[in-house]
Design a protein around this ligand. Structure first.
Ligand SMILES: Cc1cc2nc3c(=O)[nH]c(=O)nc-3n(C[C@H](O)[C@H](O)[C@H](O)COP(=O)(O)OP(=O)(O)OC[C@H]3O[C@@H](n4cnc5c(N)ncnc54)[C@H](O)[C@@H]3O)c2cc1C
Length: 336
């Protein structure tokens, strides 16, 4: 394990915020986790830094996860179980799966960050979520000072949510993630999203394979989201709010065009992007930060912005959306 003192975290968060840290621990193995458990229990654990906002100028200990292995550990006729080091880059994992003709995560192509952070917010995109393929994971429990296996049901995965955001927040380190992926002949491709369907029909692809679905997802994402390497951001800043159907009916009287997706008989999801856009935030700039010009749900750092600048804009958006729609937006991004 490598240790560095006094480094900038700018290249370790996709917002590109220039905070300092006293000690950076570069974790390379599960043994490193056990051997440095006391320091880690006080550290901020970072994967790719693509779902966090650094709001302080100085942090004490930061652990940067670089545990990176990938192998098939079980196999039967229809599918395989893959064991993946939590520090492995997520998109590289998707490409590895496609290369090995393994399906199930192609719709999650190009999501930044590491495999180990996937279960924390149950990453999802284009009709798929990690919970569809997660079998379980190895969790280093700081209280027990030992590794323990957690099955997918132990992880309590929900919409951008899991036990790691609640009871187990800051309580341990995710070390290995186990995914069930389908073999050739057993893939179930999912192209329900209209943007994917339009891309595939433009290319005259009627029955896409997993590689073609992945390419479609990559192309659609690149056309909609800013590249964080060029314009700092952490993807969608807020979750899509879930509201009661009575509130929705009430809002529909004033805003007949409000989009919504039923969750069950009582509740519906409303796109946060629509609410923010209605409040006039698309493309706004507040000093060095702003809302992305094509997708106001993404807060961007035009360069030199601080965590505080982002928080001020976040607060302004939350107040405006609440005043207009009486809906409280919740951040998807973890604020540190
Ligand atoms: C351009 C862009 C597009 C995005 N699109 C999507 C999308 O479509 N869908 C989606 O779901 N998300 C999306 N995201 C958000 C983000 O990529 C995911 O949440 C991703 O899983 C975060 O991974 P990370 O390694 O960067 O986590 P980090 O940001 O490093 O960490 C996130 C949280 O997890 C904790 N953590 C990380 N690793 C571990 C570990 N091994 N053990 C314990 N705790 C840990 C951290 O302490 C932190 O609280 C997007 C982000 C960007 C920048």
């Amino acid at each position: 394990m490598m240790i560095q003192q006094g480094i900038s975290l700018q290249e370790y968060n996709t917002f590109g915020i220039d905070a300092q840290c006293n000690t950076a621990l570069f974790i390379e193995s599960k043994d490193d986790v056990h051997n440095h458990r006391h320091a880690l229990s006080k550290a901020i654990i970072l994967g790719g830094g693509s779902n966090i906002l650094l709001t302080k100028s100085q942090y004490d200990i930061v652990a940067i996860n670089q545990i990176s292995h990938i192998e098939i550990c079980k196999e039967n006729r229809e599918d395989v179980i893959v064991s993946i080091g939590s520090g492995k880059n997520w998109h590289e994992t998707v490409l590895w799966a496609i290369d090995h003709h393994l399906g199930g995560i192609e719709n999650l192509s190009l999501i930044p960050g590491t495999v180990g952070a996937g279960p924390i917010q149950n990453i999802g995109a284009y009709g798929c979520e990690l919970k569809d393929v997660l079998v379980g994971l190895d969790f280093y429990d700081f209280d027990l000072q030992a590794w323990r296996y957690m099955s997918v049901s132990d992880c309590h995965l929900g919409y951008r949510d899991s036990i790691f955001k609640h009871e187990l927040k800051n309580k341990g380190f995710i070390g290995t993630v186990y995914l069930r992926l389908t073999k050739e002949g057993y893939h179930q491709v999912n192209t329900q999203y209209s943007a994917l369907q339009s891309y595939l029909s433009e290319k005259n692809i009627d029955i896409p394979n997993i590689e073609e679905v992945s390419n479609a997802v990559i192309a659609v994402r690149q056309s909609k989201l800013p590249n964080w390497k060029e314009l700092g951001n952490a993807g969608s800043f807020f979750k899509n709010p879930v509201i009661h159907c009575h509130q929705l009916q009430h809002l529909q009287e004033d805003y007949p065009k409000i989009p919504s997706y039923p969750i069950d008989t009582q509740t519906a999801k409303v796109p946060a992007a629509w609410l923010i856009q209605e409040c006039g935030f698309k493309g706004v700039k507040r000093g060095a930060v702003g809302c992305y010009k094509y997708q106001p749900l993404v807060i961007v750092n035009h360069g030199g912005g601080s965590g505080e600048d982002v928080i001020n804009l976040k607060n302004e958006i939350q107040i405006a959306v609440y005043d207009r729609f009486q809906i409280q937006l919740q951040p998807e991004v973890t604020i540190l």
